[in-house]
Design a protein around this ligand. Structure first.
Ligand code: CMC
Length: 391
């Protein structure tokens, strides 16, 4: 009818219907296919939750075994990908490499893909879930100049990833099971979060009929920003910069200062106006990892906990309902695992891949229209062209 609503930042616009993830931001509730995130973190694991997100139900024992077998079938990437990585500067940010590497999968798996065929869509989803850890580890190995390790399909998802990250051909690398469990939980806690910026990007890209590998690459690009997935990297940098508990107050004041662009990283959320339930699980996981590793009084964890306490009592953060989000504690755990800071957002991308591809699959199944936002035009009315000699 010619009327449309103006909603910059999509604060109050629902652009789709979805049965995958439910969030009640006021109450701090997050459900995947009806199951609370803390229950999944406690009782499920990443791959089972992938099945749940993608297929809508928890798998039976047989379905789960078959799913794991299929995922492990797809863990390798085409050998040409090794040369592809050689094209990057070794010092490039791993997220830059991930955007390129994942986008390039369309060059290998595009021709036989019919996105209108459900089986093809599921195969693309399985390929992506399986290959993301391999590509993420390749980014890291390329950066440190070590040979790439092929996946070991006898290992679990997170265990295999950690072996590809830290193992070398010279030794029989054994992954610490405590760290593998923590890694798996980090993947799970990042698996989906309904219509966040990167998922919306994947949906918008996919709405044109673009192939899923290119759509996921678009999601990775969106995730990179510090307001979104890049926040986990920024949190750790902030905690290291704060350095000692004495400096916390100054950073709190900086975050409150309207004339200073600095924000408390890992705090605040568009939807949660209460605790982010993922942050609660992440904090608990952090304590468990340090306890099991026998690390007492980790300086970064101490600063993070103190910072959280001060912020939660400060009227600025209380009035604006700013609570710790998923990124606040994840970096501290990843650091304990030995993952370098610039790989943190890559880890987020690995975990989120199932969410992106589940939304893409759901959208295509629904038979969507191309996404095409409107605008309020604020430029010139029609005017006369002025010849260059007269300007
Ligand atoms: N520190 C200080 N002030 C903040 C913060 C913060 N972390 N977050 C929001 N505010 C203030 C903001 O200045 C604004 O104040 P005012 O109303 O006086 O202008 C008010 O709170 C509302 O903020 P907003 O920017 O309008 O809220 P938004 O929904 O557009 O942005 C956000 C949400 C997550 C981008 C923002 O809270 C932020 O920048 N947080 C820090 C970055 C971060 O941790 N991002 C990870 C998000 S969770 C995981 C993910 O999505 O990847």
């Amino acid at each position: 009818n010619g009327f449309f609503t103006y909603d910059p930042g999509f604060v109050s616009t629902a652009a789709c219907d979805s049965a995958i993830t439910y969030i009640d931001g006021g109450k701090g509730v997050l459900l995947h296919r009806g199951f609370p995130i803390d229950v999944l973190a406690e009782k499920s694991d990443y791959l089972e939750s992938c099945y749940l997100l993608l297929h809508g139900e928890l798998p039976t024992a047989e379905e789960y075994e078959a799913f794991k077998r299929t995922i492990t079938n797809h863990t390798m990437v085409h050998e040409s990908m090794h040369q592809f990585f050689e094209g990057f500067h070794h010092n490039a940010h791993p997220m830059a490499k991930m955007c390129g590497a994942v986008g390039s999968l369309s060059a290998f798996y595009h021709d036989d893909l019919d996105i209108t065929n459900e089986k093809h869509r599921i195969t693309a989803a399985y390929r992506l879930i399986a290959k993301m850890p391999t590509l993420a580890a390749m980014c890291y190995k390329h950066h440190v100049g070590q040979p790439v390790l092929y996946p070991d399909n006898s290992l679990g998802y997170a265990e295999n990833f950690l072996r590809m990250m830290f193992g070398t051909p010279c030794e029989d690398y054994k992954v610490n099971p405590i760290l593998a469990k923590a890694m798996d939980r980090i993947f799970l806690l990042h698996a989906d979060h309904e219509q966040n910026a990167s998922t919306s990007t994947v949906r918008l890209a996919g709405s044109s009929g673009a192939n899923p590998y290119a759509c996921i690459a678009a999601g990775i690009a969106t995730l990179w920003g510090p307001a979104h997935g890049g926040a986990n990297e920024a949190v750790l940098q902030m905690l290291e910069e704060i350095g000692t508990e004495d400096n916390i107050d100054a950073y709190i004041e900086k975050a409150k200062d309207k004339n200073d662009p600095f924000r408390l990283m890992g705090f605040g959320h568009r939807v949660y106006k209460n605790f982010d339930p993922r942050a609660r699980v992440m904090k608990k996981t952090c304590d468990e990892v340090f306890a099991e590793l026998g690390v007492e009084n980790d300086p970064l964890l101490r600063i993070a906990k103190r910072l959280e306490k001060i912020a939660l009592e400060d009227p600025y953060f209380v009035e604006k309902k700013l609570y710790p989000n998923v990124d606040f504690y994840s970096g501290i755990i990843m650091k304990a695992i030995g993952i370098p800071t610039d790989m943190f957002t890559v880890i987020f991308a690995v975990g989120r891949t199932v969410g992106w591809i589940s939304h893409w699959h759901e959208m295509i199944s629904q038979g969507t229209r191309i996404g095409r936002p409107r605008q309020l035009y604020t430029g010139y009315a029609e005017r006369d062209y002025v010849e260059v000699k007269d300007r």
